[in-house]
Design a protein around this ligand. Structure first.
Ligand SMILES: Nc1ncnc2c1ncn2[C@@H]1O[C@H](COP(=O)(O)OP(=O)(O)O)[C@@H](O)[C@H]1O
Ligand SMILES: [Mg+2]
Length: 258
């Protein structure tokens, strides 16, 4: 297994953000989940969203994709106010790829049939479809696994399958919801490498969530920490780790990523 590439885009100054969440509040019934939260996601960065279970990480993805409407606030993507835009239009117009925390594939279809299925949805031309699938097979080293049903793949292979499926339409924004959870160490490294290589080879913005910090912070340019509906810290991995509030409310005293 190759070492994780230390490729980082250092500055996003003067760039228009690709996603701009403005003063978002979200309630489920009467319970407030997000409280006047604002976040800009820069083009081609890898942003980590950290926070304990139930804090609202998946909800933030649902806001970006349109699966959940905010009670207050606006969602701007590529400079367009799309707060009221339905899911399908957002996915195609802004090229969003979502890799959900669980599933993302059809369990009873083989790996190759899962790839064919999504490519038939997104790519009209047969030759282009085949080219895309072959590229993903090469990139993800899927050759020996092609005819295995998704439900029989290992945890890491399932995760790779759903990431590959999310990449079929060449997303500009890739949302990965807890891609490291319940994986062994080698599979985590494999997914980290995939994320970093995607950033270095494709023009893509990647947002990754996790409830545990260690694996995520090794992969991202910038992280935010969510706590009780607010962003309590934001910055490079080193900046958030040394942030006093984040230490008190999330990391604890003894945290380090080495
Ligand atoms: N459809 C829903 N109905 C009611 N409560 C929900 C719904 N979806 C999420 N929640 C609640 O919103 C909070 C945030 O959920 P979520 O975004 O999934 O958290 P995370 O991804 O950080 O674990 C949780 O407390 C969860 O119970
Ligand atoms: Mg979640």
């Amino acid at each position: 297994m190759a070492l994780i590439k230390k490729f980082r885009i250092k500055t996003f100054k003067n760039e228009e953000p690709i996603v701009d969440l403005k003063n978002i509040s979200v309630f489920f019934n009467k319970r407030q989940i997000l409280n006047n939260l604002s976040l800009k996601i820069n083009k081609q960065e890898i942003l980590g969203i950290l926070g304990p279970n139930g804090v609202g990480k998946s909800t933030m993805f649902n806001l970006i994709t349109g699966l959940k409407d905010p009670n207050y606030g606006e969602i701007i993507i590529n400079g367009v106010n799309c707060t009221k835009l339905p899911i399908n239009e957002r996915f195609t117009k802004f090229k969003i790829g979502l890799c959900p925390q669980f599933g993302g594939y059809i369990s009873d279809l083989s790996l190759i049939d899962n790839l064919k299925l999504v490519s038939e949805i997104h790519i009209k031309d047969k030759d282009q479809r085949e080219q895309k699938i072959n590229k993903l097979i090469g990139q993800f080293e899927f050759e020996p696994l092609l005819n295995i049903k998704a439900k029989h793949l290992s945890g890491g292979q399932k995760r790779k399958c759903s990431i590959a499926m999310a990449l079929v339409n060449d997303p500009k924004i890739l949302l990965l919801d807890e891609p490291f959870s319940a994986l062994d160490i080698l599979s985590i490294k494999m997914i980290q490498e995939i994320i970093l290589n995607l950033q270095s080879t494709e023009e893509i913005t990647i947002v990754v969530t996790d409830h545990q910090a260690r694996d995520l912070l090794k992969t991202v340019d910038r992280a935010i920490i969510l706590s009780y509906g607010k962003i309590i810290a934001s910055g490079s991995p080193n900046e958030v780790i040394s942030d006093r509030t984040a230490q008190n409310q999330y990391f604890g005293d003894e945290f380090n990523i080495n």
